[in-house]
Design a protein around this ligand. Structure first.
Ligand SMILES: *Cc1c(COP(=O)(O)O)cnc(C)c1O
Length: 648
C-alpha cells in the first residue's frame, strides 16, 4: 500500500515523512536527501561524498545577486553519472567475460550548452568518451571540443556534401568521425566526396529495426521510422560501398529505439535484431568493429520501477548487462570477434545534475468560507444553506454512501445555476450572487471532508478536490524552463526545498507567469501513478517559499522557448572543493528584457526613444510632470537591464 503521508499526525511529522511523501529515495539515485532542518541536501558525488544544503546555497547565490528563478548545475553529479555508466558497462564486461570494450558518446542535442559539453569532455577524458552530433552546428561543436584522439565522433542526422567532406577532412586532422548513413542516398554522397578528396571517412550504417518500441518516442524504429535503412537498403548500400572500394571503411552499425524506453524487453528485442545484422554485415565482408546501441536508456523520474512513461522497469546495470550479453551471444554463435560497444545515452547522463529553483509569488483559491447569515435571505441562498446543513449532518465516518454525497452536490450545483440565472435576469443582486457562490464552495469543502478513500469516489466528486485546491503562482515560465511538461506531458519530481520538517497542509498546483492557460504544473509523480495536486505548505507572505524541479538536465532548458518573452533564467555551475565547501564555477547570466526584445528584432534604444518623445509631448500638454516623466524613463531603462522574471 502506498502511504500518503498526510495521514500522519501533524505533531509527529518528520523529515522522513516528507522524504517518503515526495519519494526522494525512490528517484534521487542518492543525490538528494532531507536534513534535520527540513532542507533538501544535495550529495553531488553520491551518498558517500560531501553534501550541500540547497536552501543555504540558494541564499548565498541570491547574496551574489543571482536572482530566482535559478538553474543550479552540479557538475560533480555529471561526473558521477559518467562514472556510474562506465562502471555498469565494465561490470557487465567482466561478468560475461566480454572480449571488447565500452566506449560511449554524449548526444549533444540533449544539452548543447557550452559549459555542459566542456564538463562532459573533461570528466569523460579518461574513458575516451566522445560526442554524437545530429546536425552541422553540433558537428562544429564536436569537432572543436573533442581533443582526445581516441574519442569517437558519431555523425548522425541529415548530411549534405559539405557535412561529409568536413568529416573526411577532420579524420585527417586526427579526429575519429564516423559518418552514419541514415538515408539511402547518403552513400552516393560519401562515394563522391571520397573521390573528390582522395580520402574516405569511417562509415557507419543506421539500421531501421523492425522490433517493437513503446512510449512517447516509439516511432523511432519500425518500417516507417524517419531515420535508418531497411534491410534491403542496407544490403544495397553494402554493395555500393564494395563497388566503390570503400567497404573496408564500413566499421559501425547503429540503431536507436527512441528515448526514455520504459521496458527492458524492448531493448532486448532491438539488441537481438541489431546483433544479428551486425554479424551478417561482418560475414558479408565489412570489417565492422563497433556496435552503437543509440540512446533510449531511461531514467526513473517517479521512482516506481515500472513501465509507466515516467519510469523504467530496469536499472542502469540491467541495461548494460543486456547490451553486453546479447551482443556477446550473437557474435559467439558465429564465432565473430565482438565489437566495441557504443551507447549514446543522453538522458541518463545529463538529467540529474541540474535543479531548477523558483519562488512562489502568492496563492489563491476559490472563496469557501461560510458567509454570515443575514436577515431576509433570498430563497436560493436559503436553499444552499439547507444543502450545506444536510452535508454537515453526514458524519465523517467510513462506509459512507457516496450516492448521498453525490445527491447533495447535485442539489448545490442546481441552486448555483439558479443563482446565476436569477442574476442574469435581474432578480438577484451582486452581493447575493457572491453569497451563493461562496456557499456552493463551502458545500464542496464539506463534501470533500467526508469523502471516503480515493478509489471509491465518483469522478465528478474527485474533480472537486482540484477545483478547491490552492493555486501557487510560480515565478517561472514552463515554456522556457520545463517545456516537456507541456509538450509531451512529462513528469518531473517537483517539491519544496525547505519546510520539510513541517506537515504540508495544502493541496495545490502551480500556475506560471505566462498568460497562457497551459502555463501550469498540475501533474505530479506519485510512485507509478499520477496526481493532479501536490502536497504543499501554507504560503506565508513574509517568507520565501522555494520549489525545486528535479531531473530536468536533459532537453528542458535547450528546448525552451520565448513564449510571452520570458527568457532564460540565471544558471550557475557548482563544484565541490576538495577541502570542503563549494566553488561557483561558471555563471551564465539570464536573458535581460533587452535580450529578448532584440531576439524579436526590436531595438530597445528605439523603443525608449519613442517613449521619451511621447512623454515630452505629455509634459508639453501638461498631463505629465517632468519628475514623473523622468521616473518613468528610469524604470524602463533599469527594467531593460534586468531579467524577464519578477523580483521581490
Ligand atoms: C536523441 C538521440 C539520442 C539520445 O537519446 P537519450 O534517450 O536521451 O539517451 C541518442 N541517439 C540518437 C540518434 C538520438 O536521436
Amino acid at each position: 500500500m502506498k502511504e500518503t503521508g498526510l495521514s500522519a499526525l501533524s505533531n509527529q511529522w518528520t523529515v522522513k515523512d516528507s522524504s517518503n511523501l515526495y519519494g526522494l529515495d525512490r528517484w534521487g539515485e542518492g543525490y538528494f536527501s532531507i536534513n534535520q532542518l527540513g532542507h533538501i541536501t544535495v550529495h553531488p558525488q553520491g551518498p558517500q561524498g560531501e553534501s550541500l544544503d540547497l536552501l543555504a546555497l540558494v541564499k548565498e547565490l541570491e547574496g551574489r545577486n543571482l536572482k530566482l528563478p535559478l538553474l543550479i548545475r552540479f557538475d560533480d553529479i555529471l561526473n558521477d553519472r559518467l562514472k556510474r555508466l562506465h562502471k555498469a558497462f565494465n561490470n557487465a564486461i567482466q561478468q560475461y567475460n566480454y572480449k571488447g570494450n565500452y566506449q560511449g558518446v554524449f548526444p549533444i542535442k540533449c544539452n548543447q550548452q557550452r559549459h555542459v559539453i566542456e564538463e562532459v569532455m573533461k570528466y569523460g577524458r579518461h574513458f575516451h568518451f566522445g560526442l554524437e552530433a545530429g546536425s552541422k552546428a553540433e558537428l562544429l561543436i564536436a569537432l572543436a571540443l573533442i581533443e582526445d584522439p581516441n574519442a569517437l565522433l558519431i555523425c548522425n542526422g541529415y548530411k549534405d556534401q559539405r557535412y561529409i567532406e568536413t568529416t573526411i577532412l577532420a579524420r585527417q586532422l586526427g579526429r575519429q568521425p564516423v559518418v552514419v548513413i541514415e538515408q539511402p542516398d547518403e552513400v552516393e554522397r560519401i562515394i563522391k566526396a571520397s573521390k573528390t578528396l582522395g580520402a574516405a571517412p569511417l562509415i557507419g550504417i543506421r539500421a531501421k529495426l523492425s522490433s517493437r518500441s513503446s512510449g512517447r518516442w516509439g516511432t523511432s524504429i519500425g518500417e516507417t521510422a524517419k531515420f535508418g535503412l531497411s534491410v534491403p537498403d542496407i544490403l544495397q548500400t553494402l554493395e555500393k560501398l564494395r563497388t566503390a572500394n570503400l567497404i573496408n571503411e564500413l566499421r559501425l552499425l547503429h540503431f536507436h529505439v527512441g528515448s526514455q524506453v520504459n521496458d527492458i524487453a524492448i531493448h532486448k528485442d532491438a539488441l537481438q535484431e541489431a546483433g544479428k545484422i551486425y554479424v551478417e554485415l561482418n560475414r558479408l565482408g565489412a570489417p565492422m568493429g563497433y556496435l552503437d546501441v543509440g540512446g533510449g536508456l531511461g531514467i526513473d523520474y517517479d521512482g516506481s520501477q515500472t513501465t509507466t512513461s515516467a519510469s523504467t522497469n530496469y536499472s542502469l546495470q540491467n541495461y548494460a548487462n543486456d547490451v553486453v550479453a546479447t551482443v556477446q551471444e550473437a557474435c559467439s554463435f558465429h564465432n565473430i570477434e565482438v565489437p566495441t560497444l557504443i551507447s549514446e545515452s543522453g538522458r541518463a547522463i545529463s538529467s540529474h545534475f541540474s535543479v531548477l529553483l523558483f519562488n512562489v509569488l502568492g496563492t489563491s483559491s476559490v472563496p469557501s468560507d461560510i458567509p454570515k447569515v443575514k436577515e431576509n435571505e433570498c430563497l436560493i441562498v436559503k436553499n444552499l444553506r439547507e444543502t450545506l446543513n444536510s452535508i454537515q449532518k453526514i458524519s465523517k465516518e467510513s462506509h459512507i454512501d457516496c450516492s448521498k454525497l453525490q445527491e447533495a452536490w447535485n442539489d448545490a450545483l442546481k441552486f448555483k445555476d439558479d443563482a446565476l440565472n436569477a442574476f442574469r435576469l435581474g432578480y438577484l443582486a451582486l452581493p447575493d450572487r457572491a453569497i451563493a457562490e461562496q456557499l456552493t464552495w463551502a458545500c464542496a469543502k464539506a463534501l470533500i471532508e467526508r469523502l471516503p478513500s480515493e478509489d471509491m469516489i465518483p469522478t465528478e466528486l474527485k474533480e472537486l478536490r482540484s477545483a478547491l485546491a490552492e493555486t501557487y503562482y510560480a515565478n517561472l515560465s514552463i515554456f522556457r524552463s520545463a517545456p516537456d511538461t507541456w509538450a509531451v506531458e512529462q513528469l518531473f519530481p517537483v517539491l519544496p526545498i525547505h519546510r520539510l520538517d513541517e506537515k504540508p497542509s495544502q493541496l495545490g498546483h502551480f500556475a506560471d507567469l505566462t498568460c497562457d492557460s497551459d502555463g501550469k504544473l498540475s501533474r505530479f509523480i506519485d510512485n507509478g501513478d499520477l496526481k493532479q495536486l501536490l502536497e504543499l505548505h501554507k504560503f506565508k507572505r513574509d517568507e520565501q517559499y522555494l520549489i525545486g524541479l528535479f531531473l530536468g538536465g536533459a532537453y528542458q532548458e535547450v528546448m525552451g522557448n520565448l513564449h510571452n518573452l520570458f527568457g532564460s533564467t540565471n544558471a550557475v555551475h557548482i563544484k565541490l572543493r576538495n577541502n570542503g565547501g563549494y566553488k561557483l564555477d561558471n555563471v551564465v547570466r539570464c536573458n535581460t528584457k533587452s535580450d529578448v526584445l532584440q531576439a524579436m528584432e526590436h531595438d530597445p534604444e528605439l523603443l525608449l526613444e519613442r517613449l521619451r518623445i511621447a512623454s515630452e509631448s505629455a509634459i508639453q500638454g501638461g498631463t505629465l510632470k517632468i519628475s514623473d516623466a523622468q521616473q518613468l524613463m528610469d524604470h524602463l531603462e533599469t527594467s531593460l537591464r534586468q531579467s524577464t522574471y519578477l523580483h521581490e
